[in-house]
Structures are given as structure tokens and as C-alpha cells.
Design a protein around this ligand. Structure first.
Ligand code: SAH
Length: 352
């Protein structure tokens, strides 16, 4: 089998400049190629018409341009669009466009499958197959920006890393993608419109704070009681709430950026007052708000959306304690595009 060519989009502008210099050409050719790749979104070397035929040939021999391909697009009754995104090696991830009257949010994937094993999440059943490259993350965003302009007549306004995968287990690539998304040479978006959602990896939360990142942080908490959290999110055994709490306090001290806790209330799992009280205590460790997410069934009877009364109980007690609480209704459920439902059903990669 022919050896895979190096992906030219993995090179920085400086590396591209060096490539040309070491091949006896001018450094500014590197800038030209960079512009073709990132500002003009070129898919082939043929398109790079300000380079000589010879140069294009040389690039073609040495490199590949690994673009993602939106294989399948499904549109929900509520306007949500789910994309099945094929990567250069044939693997598939999913990304979702979520429209509201005033904004368009892209929900993007960071890994093929997921390294974690949350019992209520369809993606967890796929296991982790590989991390996405920075450009594979970036391309999902560009594709959704295009769809937003096409179908909703406005650019993409927000990005959430709540698709497949655990972004903090692919931190370097996610950071590189965000750099490009926020840089004027990429999409020029404000980092305050980007939210990275994590199941809560304490040492990586501290690292983010040290790195001075400017995007927002959401943590999938689901329970503030260790035994309960470990039962539904087994990695909590290794990263207990005490460690998470310290990391979040560190995060807030360094960034002054409010934390959002994502939280699903399930029948018989976390739907009584003791659970709400534990959440209230946890919320007081660092400035935060709570987003109650509706559960999206993934075909496991152990998990069922709690009754309205339980949701009301959470809402009342949190509000009484001056903790902001929002309720997020599901979008795109009819096409399996809602939180935790991303699992490549069409491709037969998961059997549920
Ligand atoms: N790994 C990251 C991001 C992906 S999951 C994280 O854990 O935050 C995005 C959100 O969907 C998380 O809050 C997750 O807990 C939640 N989620 C997973 N499965 C779900 C389901 N079946 N119904 C509702 N929310 C779910």
C-alpha cells in the first residue's frame, strides 16, 4: 500500500515557509499556500493558480489536503441540522447546527467515539477510535457556518464542544482548532462565543486556566454526590468531586469566568431533595449556573427523564439559593441529533 501523504494543513505558516526555503524557493510561497488553505478553503493544489505548475506538482507529490466531507445531512422538524461527517480515513463523526430565532449554534465533535464511559450517553458505546485533528474540528465549524448562511441567512454565532468525544482528552488539537476559529486568518470569532463542555478532568481544567484560555467552560456534573456520579460516570472514581471542585475553584480564581453545570435529572437516580441540596452546596464553591438538560433516551431503560415535579424542585431550590438555572429542551430529537444521541446510527457503527 502506498504510504499516506502528509496532511499539509497540519503545517503552520512558518513550517510552510520553511518548506519552500528548503526547496530553494521563496518563503512567501508559504504565505500564498497558507492563504489558499485557510482563507480560500482550497480543496486541491490545482486551484492554487498563483503557483507555478511545477510547484503545484511538487506539493501534490508530497502532501494531501485532508478535508472533511459532509456525507449526509438530516434536517429536523425544528430546523436542527445533523451532519454525518466523513474523515479522510473513512471514519465518521457527527456535528449539529442548532438554530434559534436569534442565533445559530454549532455543536461539534472532538473525537471519533469517546474515551469515557458515561452510562447514559450513546457516544460512549462507540469507545474512542481516534482524536480529531485541529483541521477536522475547524472544518466542521466552517461547514456549519456555510449551512447557517445558506439556510438561515446569517453567519454562525456560537460554538459548543458538545458533540462526540471528550474535548479535554484531545486538548492540544481542540486548542489549535479554537485558535484558528478565533484568529482573523480563520473565522475571527470571539472566544466568548465558544463553550468547551467537559465531563470534568481536573488536571486539564487547571491547565486551561494556566494557559489563559478565553472560551467558556461547561461541566457535565449530573450529580454532586460521589457514589451517584461514579455509578453513572465511572471515571468519577479516578477524578472524584473533591478534585473537580479544587480544579474549578482554581479555574475561577484565574479566569473569573463563570462555570456552567450541565445536569440531567433522572427518575430514581438524582431526583430527590438530598440531590438538589448537594448540587446547591457544590455550586457555592465557585460562581456558577446550572443548565438542566432534558434526557434523550438512548434505549437503556435504567435511565428515564424525571417527572416535572422533580425538575420544579430543582428549579425552586436553586433559585431560592440565588443560583441561576435554565432549562434546556431538546432539539433535533427526531433525527437523533440531541445531546448524547450522536452515535452514527446510519453507519451501523453502533447497535442499540
Ligand atoms: N464529553 C463532553 C461533551 C460531550 S456530551 C462532556 O461530557 O461534557 C455533551 C452533553 O450531553 C454533556 O453534558 C453530556 O453529559 C450530555 N449527555 C450525554 N448523553 C445524554 C443524553 N442521553 N441525554 C441528554 N444529555 C446527554
Amino acid at each position: 500500500m502506498q504510504q499516506a501523504k502528509k496532511d499539509i494543513r497540519a503545517l503552520t505558516k512558518e513550517q510552510l515557509r520553511e518548506f519552500f526555503v528548503s526547496n530553494g524557493d521563496k518563503a512567501f510561497r508559504g504565505n500564498q499556500v497558507y492563504e489558499w488553505l485557510w482563507s480560500k478553503g482550497a480543496h486541491t493544489f490545482e486551484e492554487m493558480t498563483n503557483l507555478s505548475k511545477q510547484t503545484r506538482q511538487k506539493l501534490q507529490e508530497g502532501f494531501a489536503i485532508n478535508h472533511i466531507k459532509v456525507d449526509q445531512m438530516q434536517r429536523s422538524n425544528d430546523g436542527t441540522i445533523k451532519n454525518a461527517v466523513r474523515l479522510h480515513d473513512g471514519l465518521v463523526v457527527e456535528s449539529v447546527l442548532i438554530p434559534t430565532p436569534t442565533r445559530t449554534t454549532a455543536c461539534v465533535s472532538s473525537q471519533v467515539g469517546c474515551s469515557l464511559d458515561c452510562k447514559f450517553c450513546a457516544t460512549a458505546k462507540l469507545k474512542r477510535m481516534r482524536n480529531l485533528n485541529p483541521d477536522e474540528v475547524y472544518d466542521q465549524v466552517v461547514a456549519i457556518d456555510r449551512q447557517s448562511r445558506l439556510y438561515y441567512d446569517r453567519p454562525l454565532s456560537n460554538i459548543v464542544f458538545m458533540g462526540m468525544g471528550e474535548p479535554l482528552m484531545n486538548y492540544n488539537n481542540v486548542l489549535k482548532a479554537i485558535d484558528k476559529i478565533t484568529s482573523p486568518e480563520g473565522l475571527g470569532m470571539s472566544p466568548r462565543r465558544i463553550t468547551v463542555s467537559t465531563s470534568g478532568v481536573p488536571k486539564m481544567i487547571k491547565k486551561m486556566a494556566d494557559d489563559g484560555v478565553r472560551f467558556k467552560l461547561a461541566v457535565s456534573l449530573h450529580s454532586a454526590i460521589d457514589e451517584v456520579r461514579t455509578a453513572i460516570m465511572p471515571f468519577n472514581e479516578n477524578f472524584p468531586l473533591q478534585d473537580l471542585r479544587q480544579a474549578l475553584q482554581y479555574w475561577y480564581a484565574k479566569t473569573k469566568s463563570l462555570i456552567t453545570y450541565e445536569y440531567v435529572v433522572w427518575k430514581g437516580i438524582n431526583d430527590t431533595k438530598a440531590h438538589v441540596d448537594a448540587l446547591v452546596r457544590f455550586c457555592k464553591f465557585a460562581p456558577s449556573k446550572v443548565n438542566l438538560i432534558q434526557y434523550n433516551a438512548i434505549g437503556d431503560d435504567a435511565f428515564q427523564q424525571a417527572d416535572e415535579e422533580a425538575i420544579q424542585l430543582y428549579q425552586d431550590i436553586l433559585q431560592k439559593n440565588n443560583i441561576t438555572v435554565t432549562i434546556r429542551r431538546s432539539r433535533g430529537q427526531d433525527i437523533d441529533a440531541a445531546c448524547g444521541q450522536l452515535a452514527n446510527k446510519e453507519n451501523g457503527q453502533v447497535i442499540t
